[in-house]
Write a protein that binds this ligand. Structure first.
Ligand code: NAD
Ligand code: ZN
Ligand code: ZN
Length: 343
């Protein structure tokens, strides 16, 4: 098996592009499975990874992708609770140590020894990938691989972000940034009984947000989102989930928050934003970061999908289209999510 080759999109050096290459089929090690891909979402994190945007960088050459869905074709040594033929997925939290303080207190996403899919370990932009069977996603029976793929990162990330937002049904939730993450966040927030306000800089994305359950939308290109949210909610939103890829949206979130409100940051654009101390203290705001989700969060996020409460808006592409997808993503031209169909 080890002499067989497969096609993958590889980041050879930092920049907004990948190269199609033939790689050697890897052998699954202990706790690992070899998976033949059916589909993979393209997350904005894959573009950040390719461009080397973050302080902690991946090491080229690497294969991005952490929303991959496929079939187990071989298992490594040891016991597994998945079998050949099962449909599984790779995720950002590819594996963790399982024994550190973070792992044993329900915060495995913060494990210092974690491996990240498509970042520290080759990911799903290829016809085959490895997963750790202790951490891989279990895909619900009958799920369409292209449609379910975005739940593996975008879905679980915003679902967890909403969980830690300390809001309850009937309260206002601003979703800032209606891209791959944000359009799914609108759906989870609606399913959780929150009153959703969508903010973006594109009218197409805001139209999609309305369709998916947002009761009020603000186009930050021509309207001040802070003033508009405060007026609509009569005093600010109880929760704000920022998935936008521009630092300006992070600063605006503080102005949109109601007294006592919680702001959750999911988006990871490089850069900083001004944080007004007086406003944060006098409004007693909570500002927190949130990183993907645990295996339990993933199970819950997939269950919402399986029950028909969440339906990612996905456009199919091919492995060879990744560079075009990156270009459209940078230009903010993608509605919902793009996903590679390995057909
Ligand atoms: P995307 O490109 O699909 O969507 C980004 C959206 O932000 C677009 O709709 C764009 O129009 C909007 N936007 C840009 N500037 C804006 C502004 N000033 N105000 C409001 N909206 C604005 O990207 P995505 O795949 O949804 O990812 C979003 C971000 O989340 C990325 O930085 C990604 O790396 C990060 N991310 C974080 C986690 C996590 O665990 N925290 C997980 C996945 C992705
Ligand atoms: Zn992602
Ligand atoms: Zn750990």
């Amino acid at each position: 098996m080890s002499t067989e080759k497969f096609n993958a999109a590889v980041v050879e050096q930092f920049g907004p592009s990948v190269e199609l290459k033939d790689l050697e089929l890897p052998q699954p090690g202990i706790h690992q499975a070899l998976v033949k891909l059916h589909a993979s979402g393209v997350c904005h994190t894959d573009l950040h990874a390719a461009e080397g945007d973050w302080p902690v960088k991946p090491e080229p050459p690497f294969v991005p992708g952490h929303e991959g869905v496929g079939e187990v074709v071989a298992l490594g040594p040891g016991d597994h609770d998945v079998a050949v033929g099962d449909i599984v997925g790779n995720v950002w939290l590819w594996s963790a140590c399982g024994t550190c303080e973070h792992c044993i207190t329900g915060w495995e996403t913060l494990c210092n020894a974690a491996e990240y899919g498509g970042y520290t370990v080759d990911g799903s932009f290829g016809e085959y990938m490895l997963v750790d069977t202790r951490y891989c996603a279990r895909i619900p029976d009958g799920a369409d691989p292209v449609e379910v793929a975005p739940i593996l990162c975008a879905g679980v990330t915003v679902y967890k972000g909403l969980k830690v937002s300390d809001t309850r049904p009937g309260q206002f939730m601003v979703i800032s940034g209606i891209g791959g993450l944000g359009h799914i966040a609108v759906q989870y927030a609606t399913a959780l009984g929150l009153r959703v306000i969508a903010v973006d800089i594109s009218k197409e994305k805001l139209a999609l947000a309305k369709e998916l359950g947002a009761e009020f939308t603000v186009n930050a290109v021509d309207t001040d989102p802070v003033a508009a949210v405060n007026e609509y909610t009569k005093g600010g939103a109880h929760g704000i989930l920022v998935t936008a890829v521009h630092p300006q949206a992070f600063g605006q979130a503080i102005g949109m928050a109601r007294k006592g409100g919680t702001i959750v940051f999911n988006g990871l654009p490089p850069g900083d934003f001004p944080a007004p101390i007086f406003e944060i203290v006098f409004k007693a705001l909570t500002i927190r970061g949130s990183l993907v989700g645990t295996r339990q969060d993933l199970k819950e996020a997939l269950d919402f999908y399986a029950r028909g409460l969440i339906k990612p808006h996905v456009t199919e592409c091919k492995l060879g289209d990744v560079n075009n997808v990156f270009e459209d993503m940078r230009a903010g031209k993608i509605d919902g999510r793009m996903a590679i169909n390995y057909g």
